[in-house]
Write a protein of this length. Sequence first.
Length: 393
Amino acid sequence: MDTLISAGRVVTGPHGRLLADGAVLVRGGVITDVGPRGEVETRAPAGVARHHHPDGTLLPGLVDAHVHLALDAGPDPVTALCEADDASVAKGIAQRALGLLDAGVTTVRDLGDRNGLVTAFRDAVAAGRMPGPRVLAAGTPLTGPGGHCWFMGGEVSGEDAIRELVRRNVERGADLVKVMATGGGITRGGPPIWAPQFTAAELRVVVEEAARAGLPVAAHAHGTEGIVAAVAAGVSTIEHCTWIDRDGFRLLDDVVDEIAARGIRVCPAASPDWRGFAERFGAERAEEMFGGIRRMRERGVRLLTGTDAGVSRAVFDDFVSSLEFFAYLGYTPAEIVDLATCEAADALGLREVTGRILPGLRADILVVEGDPLRDLQALRRVRLVMADGRLHA
């Protein structure tokens, strides 16, 4: 259905570029016209469905670059996943996707799947059979024997096994490759989060094999040694990047500068509960960790918005609380809007698809009450969400 959406403000580009009293025409899921409301209304076809929000702001749909749709964000998401059959997990994936849409998120990058369930959901959404955001699916994440997220089925040992799993993910339609370069917090009995799980040479094999299929590599890396190895291997993004070492924190400025120079994006994956995490972790240690993210930004590293949704307390319908982490780092509301829209889309290879309100791009549209370029809390007052041209009630 053709749809005309108008608002008191339309965010047409980065750096706070605004159109007052603007309108957007959507036809066949594509933005076909953007401009002053009076002009677009004149060019719109007769009988077009109209949505007018004179006190609202229309902006691109938001991008969450780090989610786990297969996990339920409950007190023990790992046990819940391990005890559930695939049909139950698939149902949960669909329900959690609606929470993302409720929050105005129209694109997600899923970084850990079991049995291709998220990939199947991605395809159902793309075909219009199910509602949900656009999904970039990593499929089964690579990990060491007994390593972080082993329960998703990606345990590998040695270069041949690494190549085989990457190829299998490619055959199953993965949009990217995820590798657990270090341990992680939710895997009981696994290696500590600072401990590397792969050598730099093994990570290079991951990158090389993914590159054969034209796919980027996202590396989960908390520990300093794992971060160094991931950078040397040439990964596309580093998830978390907290610089935790055996004895505390060890941020290496020369490696940070290399991350910036190579254009490797860093996704802190700040949970909506990041403040609660700081309280549980200890204010001093949390500030040291958060300060490392701030220091990377100051040295030119470009950050990605992501929530780690699915792990305990990282809910799917509170993206704004995660964005507040960037305000804590010193970003302005307008800069955060750019991070969560055009910059994230560019980083995920979707510049020609989404992230801006431009003719020819897919219609991923969010309307909120108020002005999020001045007050980030306006993003909580969602009035309309359109994902890939389909209205979400």
